[in-house]
Write a protein that binds this ligand. Structure first.
Ligand SMILES: C[S@@+](CC[C@H](N)C(=O)[O-])C[C@H]1O[C@@H](n2cnc3c(N)ncnc32)[C@H](O)[C@@H]1O
Length: 217
């Protein structure tokens, strides 16, 4: 098992994610994909699978699939969050046919892939020609405990999407987790600072990009 995967299987806080899903942050991003009614929906790097569940329950997507490489996330999700088809796999080599999803979301995951552009290309490959995806990724100053994370500005992300043959349709902001999500003082200070910074243009905690195929590319 790779060191990256080992970290998620053994150290990542999936147990907390089961009880504190950050539902409104997820829904804010999913809503950018409306209409979802009757669509097939992929949650790429799904963790325990809350976003996929919301897309089915609140968005009325017809089929919802969550893909993650961590068995522990899938298992915890399977036990507590029903209604999602869970698939174990690597986000840079998706085990799906071309064009098989109408909608896709990747929330805080693609920046942790070993090859981000390849992950975006795979996302594009499985998205139907008229399909749309939302990719939520952090601003350059965000730091987490995860072993690998690509840190880019808005313009850095934009060039990665272009490289992967995707076009930005709209951009929104994710202002980050609740300040008191956990009680570690350093994290509280960081999150409070990030919340304030998020009101400065270009300094949002995370960007939520609505993407489609760039048919001109
Ligand atoms: C910060 S968590 C986000 C999880 C979920 N999207 C959420 O919002 O709660 C990052 C997720 O990416 C997954 N991940 C990291 N690298 C991956 C890869 N190469 N292929 C598939 N999943 C990966 C991790 O297992 C983890 O579940």
């Amino acid at each position: 098992m790779s060191d990256d995967r080992n970290f998620y299987e053994n150290n990542y806080h999936f147990d907390d994610d089961i009880v504190a899903p950050g539902e409104e942050r997820l829904w804010h991003a999913i809503k950018m994909l409306e209409p979802l009614d009757g669509t097939s929906f992929l949650d790429l790097g799904s963790g325990v699978g809350w976003a996929a569940r919301l897309a089915g329950e609140r968005g009325h997507a017809k089929s919802v699939v969550g893909l993650d490489f961590a068995f522990r996330a899938l298992k915890l999700g399977e036990d507590s969050i029903p209604g999602v088809l869970r698939v174990q796999g690597d986000g840079t080599r998706l085990p799906f046919q071309d064009n098989c999803f109408d909608r896709a979301l990747s929330f805080g995951s693609i920046e942790h892939f070993p090859d981000v552009v390849q992950g975006l290309r795979e996302l594009g490959r499985v998205l139907s020609p008229e399909g749309r995806a939302v990719v939520v990724v952090p601003n350059f100053y965000v730091r987490t405990e995860q072993p690998r994370e690509l840190r880019l500005s808005y313009y850095g992300w934009r060039s990665r999407f272009t490289e992967a043959g995707l076009r930005i349709v709209a951009t929104s902001a994710d202002r980050g987790p609740a300040i008191l999500r956990d009680r570690r003082p350093a994290r509280i200070v960081f999150r409070a600072g990030a919340k304030m910074l998020s009101f400065v243009p270009g300094m949002q905690y995370q960007f939520a990009f609505l993407l489609e195929h760039d048919h001109q590319a």
